[in-house]
Design a binder for this molecule. Structure first.
Ligand code: SF4
Ligand code: MG
Length: 328
C-alpha cells in the first residue's frame, strides 16, 4: 500500500527559555494506507510533541526541523502555513483524549459536525445534517437520527470520544493521529474505541498514528510500533515481533512491568526510576541510568538506531545479545 506519512530526521526544540530545549530528536517513521502505527512511551518521551509537529500545530516558541516530512505526495516542509492549515481536517486530523473540552458545549453535535460539511464541502444545512447522521452511525452512536440534535453533555465519555473521532474523519483524511484516545475511558469502552479505529483503517483505508503509553492498546491494534525514550525512537518494527522479542532493554522493561494477565489496560509506569526531562538527558545511551544491562560504553557513547533484522531497528549497544537471549 502507498505511504501516507513519511517522517525522517524530525527534531523539535523549545526555544522560549534561555537555552533551547530539545524535546524530539531525529525521529523517523512511515505509515502506509490502512495501517496502524503505534508510538509508545512514558509520559514526557516526546510522543505528543511529535504528533503536534507532524500536524503543524506548534507555537512560535517551538522550532521544528526535518529531513523529510511528507503527507502522500505533499512535501509539508515546502508549503505555506496557510496551505498547511487547509490540509488539517481535509487530509490529516488529530484526535485528543479529552473529548469534553474539545467539543463546543453550546452547539448540538449535529451542528458541530455539520459545520465541517458546510465550510469544507459547501453543503446546505439539510445536507450537512444528513451527513452528520450518517457519520454518527458509522462511528457507532446508537439511533443517530434521534441523537443528532443533542448536546455534548448528554453523551457519555465514550460516546463523546466517538463523536470526536467522527469529526476527525468527516472529511476522509488520509492520516488520523490519535493521541491517547482511550486514556480517560474505562477498559470496556477503551476496547470499543480501539475496535472502531481498527474498523476505520480497514473500511476507509486511512493510516493511523496511535500515540499511547498503554501496552495493551498496542497489542490490541498496532501493526507496527515505534518506542520512544527521551525524545528519540529507540526501537521500531513489526508490533508482534517487537513485543515477542524486544531488541531494546527499554521495550523489554516496559513488557516486564505489565503483568501478563492484565496486559489490556496495563500501564507502563512501574519501571524503576523516571524518564529524564528534556534538556537533562544523560550522556551516552539516554536509558543507561535505568538499564539493567548498562556497561561502560553505554555511559559514554550514544548507540545509533541501527537495523537488527529486516524491517527492525534498535538503538542499543547490546541488541544482538538481547535478541539471542544472552542477556536474560
Ligand atoms: Fe542499556 Fe546500554 Fe543498551 Fe542503553 S545501550 S539500552 S544502557 S545496554
Ligand atoms: Mg502526551
Amino acid at each position: 500500500p502507498p505511504v501516507v506519512l513519511r517522517v525522517d530526521g524530525l527534531s523539535v526544540s523549545f526555544t522560549g527559555g534561555p537555552d533551547d530545549i530539545p524535546a524530539v530528536r531525529d525521529v523517523g517513521l512511515d505509515i502506509r494506507r490502512g495501517e496502524v502505527v503505534a508510538l509508545l512511551g512514558e509520559s514526557g518521551s516526546g510522543k505528543s510533541v511529535t504528533a503536534r509537529a507532524i500536524m503543524g500545530l506548534v507555537d512560535e516558541h517551538t522550532r521544528v526541523s526535518a529531513d523529510t516530512l511528507r503527507l502522500g505526495d505533499t512535501d509539508l516542509l515546502a508549503i505555506t502555513p496557510e496551505q498547511r492549515r487547509r490540509l488539517r481536517g481535509e487530509r490529516m486530523s488529530l484526535v485528543l483524549q479529552d473529548a469534553l473540552s474539545a467539543l463546543n458545549p453550546v452547539l448540538s453535535i449535529g451542528d458541530q459536525i455539520g459545520e465541517l460539511f458546510r465550510v469544507h464541502r459547501g453543503a446546505t444545512r439539510k445536507q450537512a445534517k444528513a451527513s452528520a447522521v450518517e457519520l454518527l452511525g458509522l462511528v457507532g452512536i446508537p439511533a443517530p437520527q434521534q441523537r443528532v440534535d443533542d448536546y455534548p453533555h448528554q453523551f457519555s465519555g465514550g460516546m463523546r470520544q466517538r463523536i470526536l473521532i467522527a469529526m476527525a474523519i468527516a472529511l476522509e483524511p488520509e492520516l488520523l493521529i490519535a493521541d491517547e484516545p482511550t486514556t480517560a475511558l474505562d477498559v470496556t469502552v477503551q476496547a470499543q474505541i480501539l475496535d472502531l479505529l481498527d474498523r476505520l483503517r480497514s473500511e476507509l483505508g486511512m493510516g493511523i498514528l496511535l500515540i499511547t503509553h498503554d501496552l495493551g492498546v498496542v497489542t490490541e491494534v498496532a501493526d507496527r510500533l515505534a518506542v520512544m525514550y527521551a525524545g528519540r525512537v529507540v526501537e521500531r518494527g513489526d508490533a508482534d515481533t517487537v513485543l515477542a522479542r524486544p531488541a531494546h532493554p527499554y521495550t523489554e522493561a516496559l513488557l516486564r512491568s505489565v503483568p501478563q494477565a492484565s496486559l489490556r489496560g496495563g500501564r507502563l509506569l512501574t519501571i524503576p526510576g523516571s524518564p529524564p526531562s528534556p534538556g537533562q538527558v544523560p550522556t551516552g545511551c539516554s536509558f543507561h541510568t535505568r538499564c539493567l544491562f548498562a556497561v561502560d560504553v553505554c555511559r559514554t557513547t550514544r548507540p545509533p538506531l541501527a537495523d537488527v533484522a529486516p524491517g527492525r531497528a534498535a538503538a542499543c549497544h547490546r541488541s544482538d545479545e538481547l535478541l539471542t537471549g544472552a542477556l536474560s
